[in-house]
Write a protein that binds this ligand. Structure first.
Ligand SMILES: CC(C)(COP(=O)(O)OP(=O)(O)OC[C@H]1O[C@@H](n2cnc3c(N)ncnc32)[C@H](O)[C@@H]1OP(=O)(O)O)[C@@H](O)C(=O)NCCC(=O)NCCS
Length: 288
């Protein structure tokens, strides 16, 4: 089994990025719906095209599995909510791991970190984007000049590189792109400090470090988090075996919890309760 997964302890000063193919064929035994909440299942059911529904299911299941992995918690029982602009977060905790999701065509990426709020964006490089027009309408003068100065065959890539930096910063702030793209500049490379005012936490100005990220051929990506000395570590989740293994390990944890806990008074099956409080070092069976 080829199931390479990151270590369960989130290192300090690192943003870990899980990267996976949203069109990955899964083992027939993997039931992603069993990991999702009722709302998530009904959102999946509302997609018109089966491919979009399946991509959403896999991406959301990976988010839950990733959070469960770092928290030592049952992915099925994690309560997620969103801020006023739609940024998902854990309902009961504003502490680590912070996370953010992006998907572009068949590519899914999730950033997890203890550094603080994080934003991630990836885009497929499409030649048909009118890079010059959009840049001059929505970017800063300096950014638009950078796109204009690129060789014609590189303009789409340069434009999208700047776009992903901007979107990553706005997603870190939790506000999305409705706030306007020209209010801050991300034209300096390779690391960039983006100064944004009016994030989801209030009206004060926040400094975000924006870093480019190599993704796969044909895509560009960027990550933003609090200004500081952090780096990006990428984890390509290459096979369905990794997902299978994650789910199997959580099932092992569930069985362990059922054996080691007195049943709750309202738990008719006697299967025990939440896993949230199991300390992975002391109480939990060893996970890979
Ligand atoms: C966030 C936003 C930039 C994402 O754009 P996108 O390029 O289509 O999508 P991406 O693939 O990069 O990211 C989507 C993911 O970002 C996350 N996300 C959603 N809103 C977010 C926000 N405000 N900040 C950070 N992340 C957000 C979600 O996880 C979403 O995926 P999911 O819904 O499948 O879980 C865009 O949706 C936006 O600007 N939203 C704000 C809308 C708003 O202002 N609403 C006000 C209330 S109506």
């Amino acid at each position: 089994m080829n199931a390479v997964l990151p270590p369960r302890k989130l290192p300090a000063s690192v943003v870990e990025v899980w990267q996976f193919d949203l069109d990955m064929r899964l083992h027939p035994g993997i039931d992603l719906d069993s990991i999702l909440s009722v709302e998530e299942r009904s959102r999946a059911d509302r997609y018109v095209f089966a491919r979009d529904a399946n991509r959403f299911r896999l991406c959301r299941a990976m988010l839950r599995l990733g959070l469960g992995w770092y928290l030592g918690a049952n992915p099925r029982e994690l309560a997620l909510t969103v801020n006023e602009y739609g940024k998902p977060r854990l309902r009961e905790s504003s502490a680590a791991p912070h996370f953010n999701v992006t998907h572009s065509e068949g590519l899914g990426l999730i950033a997890f970190t203890g550094v603080g709020e994080v934003g991630i964006d990836a885009e497929a490089v499409r030649r048909e984007v009118d890079a010059l027009e959009v840049a001059s309408a929505h970017f800063t003068e300096r950014e638009a000049a950078m796109v204009a100065a690129a060789m014609p065959e590189e303009q789409a890539g340069t434009f999208l590189r700047l776009w992903t930096r901007k979107e990553a910063a706005l997603k870190a702030a939790g506000v999305g792109i409705g706030r306007g793209l020209s209010a801050f500049d991300v034209s300096r490379t390779p690391d960039n400090l983006a100064r944004l005012s009016g994030g989801s936490e209030g009206s004060h100005e926040t400094l975000w470090m924006v870093r480019d990220m190599e993704v796969i051929d044909g895509f560009v990506g960027a990550v933003a988090a609090a200004a500081g000395d952090w780096s990006i570590r990428q984890w390509p989740i290459r096979s369905e075996d990794a997902i299978d293994s994650l789910i199997a390990q959580f099932d092992k944890l569930l069985q362990y919890a059922a054996r080691s806990r007195p049943p709750r008074h309202n738990d008719r099956n006697g299967k025990g309760g939440k896993l949230q409080s199991i300390s992975r070092e002391a109480d939990a069976p060893p996970l890979t």
